[in-house]
Unconditional design. Structure first.
Length: 240
């Protein structure tokens, strides 16, 4: 997969080269390009923003500079353009799974009051464009949202996680939150690991894990239970 990020703060994306993602880049599983939007400005101040039409506070990012930058970065090869914005559709695990099958993702990081809407509108004629939000809160810029999304996508690429089964068993994969996990020691501060996990009875362990996942999802995210397809729960689940 090829990932490009256009930003006015390239340094913000440095963590993409750390740890698991850094190893994925070194292994050639991911190619990463981080581009400074100001490289496509032509004035001495390298301005990327201007005051909003219609008045109001803040500044809006200019379409011309974004147009030149995206023309250059997108080039002729097919790519999905992603524009983070709190006003976007929610980014979810399903989005991460869908994007993990893409050849190229290009992220456009907004700042200030965001990017002139005509940028999204213009590129929507050329290929897929997604305006996405990572949650119902407002960040200062799109860079942190890109770190979140790229990490969620890249860990799903074949060969990135040491054990690919761990992604299949994560929260959201079966529509539920994952239940609690334990490791050694058996007793810690008067709290014990549940006996069933040390029983060696794989069926009983699977049932216990499923029950805890259902219990946790019902308590914390009942909306996820409501969204399950009708055949997602078996008889034992319903008995629970
Ligand atoms: N005026 C915009 C609004 O209310 O929808 C907020 C702009 S925000 C201060 C500046 C930039 O931060 C956005 O263009 C976007 O790139 C990023 N951003 C902020 N919150 C975000 C979120 N929840 N998800 C994704 N990107 C976000």
């Amino acid at each position: 997969m090829r990932i490009d990020v256009v930003t006015i703060f390239p340094g913000y994306l440095a963590p993409l080269r750390e740890a698991l993602l850094g190893r994925a880049i070194e292994a050639g599983l991911v190619e990463l390009g981080v581009h400074d939007l100001r490289d496509w400005t032509h004035d001495v101040h390298q301005a990327v923003d201007d005051s909003p039409y219609g008045g109001g506070p803040g500044m809006v990012m200019r379409p011309q500079v974004w147009g030149e930058a995206l023309d250059a970065v997108l080039g002729e090869e097919p790519a999905r353009l992603v524009v983070p914005t709190p006003a976007g559709r929610p980014f979810t695990q399903a989005t991460a799974q869908a994007w993990a099958a893409e050849e190229r993702l290009v992220f456009a990081c907004g700042r200030y009051e965001g990017i002139d809407q005509r940028v999204v509108d213009a590129y929507a004629d050329r290929g897929p464009v997604d305006e996405v939000s990572i949650g119902d809160y407002v960040l200062v810029g799109g860079e942190v949202a890109v770190l979140v999304m790229v990490e969620a996508v890249v860990r799903l690429l074949p060969g990135v996680l040491g054990n690919p089964v761990s992604a299949q068993e994560d929260s959201f994969s079966d529509g539920l939150l994952e239940g609690p996990a334990y490791t050694r020691p058996v007793s810690w501060r008067g709290l014990d690991v549940p006996d069933v996990l040390r029983s060696g009875n794989h069926a009983a362990i699977a049932r216990w894990r499923r029950d805890r996942a259902l219990e946790r999802t019902a308590a914390r995210r009942p909306d996820l239970l409501d969204a399950l397809p009708p055949d997602a729960l078996d008889r034992a689940d319903r008995a629970f």
